[in-house]
Design a protein around this ligand. Structure first.
Ligand code: ADP
Ligand code: MG
Length: 347
C-alpha cells in the first residue's frame, strides 16, 4: 500500500534532432549521452543505466523516440528508500514521450519503467514504485494488487500526517540483498509447490498453509516466506482499518510490519531500528516502520497532525544523541503522481 509524496523529479526537455539523447543531472552534476541508433552501452552501475533503459525500452515498445536534451533535477533523496529511481524513470519517460508526441496510459508507462530498471539497472524490482510515481493521487494511498494491477485509492485521514525520517545511512548490502530476497522467496515457492499444487508465488499461500508446510523448508527461507505472507495479510487488514478510520489499528500493523521486516526478512539495520523505537516513544504516533529496500534509508511514521512538529524535534534529538547523526525529517503529503500532474497541465 504505497502513496506518492510531494517530492518529485523534474525534467526539462528540448528536441535535439537525430536520435542522440543528452542528459544532465543537476543532483549529480554529471552529463551523459547515448545514441539510440547505436547498440546500448553495457551496464555502467550508475544513473545512465536508468536513462538508457527508459529510452531504449520506450523506443522498442512505443517508439521511435526522438533525440533530446534533458535537464534533470529533483528533491527526492537519492538511494534513501523513497524510490528516486522510479521517480527518475517516470519523469524521463514522460519527457521523452512528450517530445516524441506519443501518449501511453500511466500503467503502461509504469510497466515499461519497471522493465527498464529490471533489464538495464539489473534490479529485479516489482511494479509498486513505478506505479505509484505514475498514478499516485493527492490525499490517497493506493491498495495495489501487483499481480493484476487492480488498484483502489484509499483516503488518508487529514487528522494524520506522514512523517518520513531519514537515517542518513546506507549500508553496502542494500543493492545485492534485494535480489537475494527474491531468490529466497522463489525457493520457498518452489518448495511449497510440492505440497500446494498450482501456487505461482507467495501471494497464493495462506498463513495456515505456511504453518502446515513451512517447517519442511530451510529455516531462513521459511522466515522470508513468513514475512511476505503475513505482510500481505497485514496490508489487507490495514486497508480495512483505513476505510473505517481506525488509525490506531493501522499503526499497530505498521509496527508489526517493521518487526517482521527486521526479524523475518532481515532487511533492517541498527539505525532504522533506533529511528522506529524513537518514533514509537513520541506522543501521538500511531505507528512507524522502515520503507524501501532497507539497510538504511528512511522510516515512515503515521502521526497525529497536531503532534507533527513535536515528533520532528523529539525524534531528531533522540537520533542525534544515539548515533551522532542529524537526521532529515520530512512532513509528507499524499500527492499526485506524474500522470495526474501531466493531465492537469494539458488541461
Ligand atoms: P531509491 O530508489 O530508493 O532512491 P535506488 O538505489 O533504487 O534508491 O536509486 C537511486 C539511484 O537512482 C541513484 O543512485 C541514481 O543512480 C538514480 N537517480 C535518482 N534520482 C536521480 C537524479 N535526480 N539524477 C540522477 N540520478 C538519479
Ligand atoms: Mg529504487
Amino acid at each position: 500500500m504505497p502513496m506518492a509524496i510531494q517530492m518529485a523529479t523534474t525534467v526539462a526537455a528540448a528536441p535535439a534532432g537525430g536520435r542522440v539523447v543528452t542528459a544532465r543531472s543537476e543532483n549529480l552534476h554529471q552529463e551523459i549521452q547515448f545514441d539510440l541508433n547505436q547498440p546500448a552501452h553495457r551496464r555502467q552501475g550508475d544513473w545512465s543505466d536508468y536513462l538508457q533503459g527508459v529510452a531504449r525500452v520506450l523506443d522498442q515498445e512505443a517508439g521511435p523516440i526522438s533525440g533530446a536534451h534533458l535537464l534533470i533535477a529533483g528533491d527526492v533523496p537519492l538511494g534513501s528508500g523513497l524510490s528516486s529511481s522510479a521517480s527518475l524513470e517516470v519523469a524521463v519517460a514522460s519527457a521523452l514521450l512528450g517530445l516524441s508526441e506519443k501518449k501511453l496510459a500511466g500503467r503502461n508507462i509504469a510497466l515499461l519503467c519497471q522493465r527498464a530498471e529490471n533489464e538495464f539497472a539489473g534490479s529485479r524490482c516489482g511494479i509498486m514504485d513505478q506505479f505509484t510515481a505514475c498514478l499516485g493521487r493527492a490525499g490517497h494511498a493506493i491498495l495495489l494488487d501487483c499481480r493484476s494491477l487492480d488498484s483502489e485509492y484509499l483516503r488518508v485521514p487529514s487528522s494524520a500526517r506522514i512523517l518520513v525520517s531519514n537515517t542518513m545511512v546506507k549500508h553496502e548490502l542494500a543493492s545485492s540483498e534485494y535480489n537475494r530476497r527474491r531468490e529466497e522467496c522463489e525457493e520457498g515457492v518452489h518448495g511449497l509447490a510440492k505440497r500446494i499444487p498450482g501456487i505461482e508465488s507467495l501471494r497464493d499461500v495462506t498463513i495456515e498453509q505456511l504453518e502446515q508446510f513451512g517447517p519442511e523448508l530451510d529455516k531462513r527461507v521459511l522466515r522470508r516466506c513468513r514475512h511476505v505472507v503475513t505482510e500481505n495479510a497485514r496490508t489487507l487488514a490495514g486497508a480495512a482499518a483505513l476505510k473505517r478510520g481506525d488509525l490506531a489499528e493501522f499503526g499497530r500493523l505498521m509496527i508489526q510490519s517493521h518487526e517482521s521486516l527486521r526479524d523475518d526478512y532481515e532487511v533492517s539495520c541498527k539505525e532504522l531500528d533506533i529511528m522506529v523505537e524513537l518514533a514509537r516513544g513520541v506522543e501521538g504516533v500511531y505507528g512507524s516502520r522502515m520503507t524501501g529496500g532497507g539497510f538504511g534509508g528512511c522510516t515512515v511514521s503515521l502521526v497525529d497532525a497536531v503532534r507533527a512538529n513535536e515528533f520532528a524535534s523529539t525524534v531528531a534529538a533522540g537520533y542525534f544523541q544515539k548515533t551522532g547523526i542529524t537526521p532529515d525529517i520530512y512532513a509528507c503529503m499524499a500527492s499526485a503522481g506524474a500522470s495526474e500532474e501531466i493531465a492537469e497541465e494539458l488541461g
